[in-house]
Ligand binder design. Structure first.
Ligand SMILES: Nc1ncnc2c1ncn2[C@@H]1O[C@H](COP(=O)(O)OP(=O)(O)O)[C@@H](O)[C@H]1O
Ligand SMILES: [Mg+2]
Length: 268
């Protein structure tokens, strides 16, 4: 089973958005997904329903040793489950991070998830506090959203250093790729950053599809659904995440039972 952290040193770059949309896109490709909200703010929960953050969730799994199956929340989409953050008081955030930081407690999570899921995806809080460090230690891969603005390049260097340090310590985490988010092709600065990323970093680090700035993400959050479920037909930007999901599949070596290289029957 693969485990993917969505992480970045910088806040507000689109981690939660990428985690939710990409998770949905991967499920549409036939994989069984557990999306874990690792942000004490409960950002995934807030994007979907206020009630979600009232369920026991991740914090009960860690602090009370509850079984994963007891705290997972199913969705109406087959093969797509959520682990909400659970209740964490403002004074408990640090202890939660400290409990996670060496990654060992997350090994129980991935072990319990293994029979039921092909993939666990973690949304994380910004920076490299205990939660994010623990998640990175326990993950096979990391995907990092890069906002198309000048400070993004420094954040990227920090992320690459972090991955290197963790790997030197024995973690297996690899950078699966960078997703350029909130790209405004008509904005000179936004476009320049995207071009600088292309020039400075090896092509293989960047996913070929970029996420444009689009008000539809806010609309989907207000309605509590991934953008792909906002309306039918789905908003066009959904397609970007379908492309990223397909690329990620190869980059992390996902294998699905139903995978087939044979063309599917078409004409009757
Ligand atoms: N591509 C996008 N276009 C427009 N707004 C976006 C986009 N991605 C994210 N946002 C908005 O920007 C804000 C920050 O995004 P979020 O995913 O919460 O970032 P992070 O998790 O890194 O803090 C949210 O209000 C979100 O709805
Ligand atoms: Mg977030």
């Amino acid at each position: 089973m693969k485990s993917i952290a969505i992480a970045s040193p910088k806040g507000g770059v689109g981690k939660t958005t990428v985690a939710l949309q990409l998770a949905h896109a991967i499920v549409k490709r036939g994989y069984r997904m557990l999306l874990v909200d690792g942000d004490p703010q409960g950002a995934i929960g807030l994007s979907l329903s206020k009630e979600l953050n009232a369920s026991p969730g991740f914090s009960s799994f860690i602090a009370e040793g509850r079984a994963l199956a007891e705290v997972v929340v199913r969705t109406r989409i087959e093969g797509f489950s959520l682990l909400p953050i659970g209740r964490i008081g403002p004074y408990e955030t640090e202890a939660f991070g400290a409990a996670l930081s060496d990654g060992t407690r997350l090994e129980r999570l991935t072990a319990e998830a293994e029979p039921d899921y092909d993939l666990v995806m973690f949304d994380t809080p910004s920076g490299f506090g205990g939660i994010t460090t623990g998640v990175l230690r326990a993950s096979t891969h990391v995907v990092s959203p890069i906002q198309a603005e000048p400070v993004a390049l420094r954040a990227l260097t920090q992320l690459l250093e972090m991955v290197q340090v963790l790997r030197q310590e024995g973690a297996q985490v690899r950078l699966a790729g960078l997703v350029v988010t909130m790209l405004q092709v008509r904005n000179e600065h936004s476009f320049d950053v995207a071009r600088e990323l292309l020039d400075q970093f090896p092509q293989e680090l960047l996913f070929s599809a970029n996420v444009p700035r689009d008000p539809v993400f806010l609309e989907a959050t207000a309605k509590g659904v991934p953008v792909g479920l906002l309306r039918r037909p789905a908003p066009p930007v959904t397609h970007v995440f379908d492309l990223i999901a397909a690329e990620l599949e190869d980059r992390v070596g996902l294998t699905e039972q139903a995978r087939s290289d044979e063309p599917q029957p078409f004409l009757v």
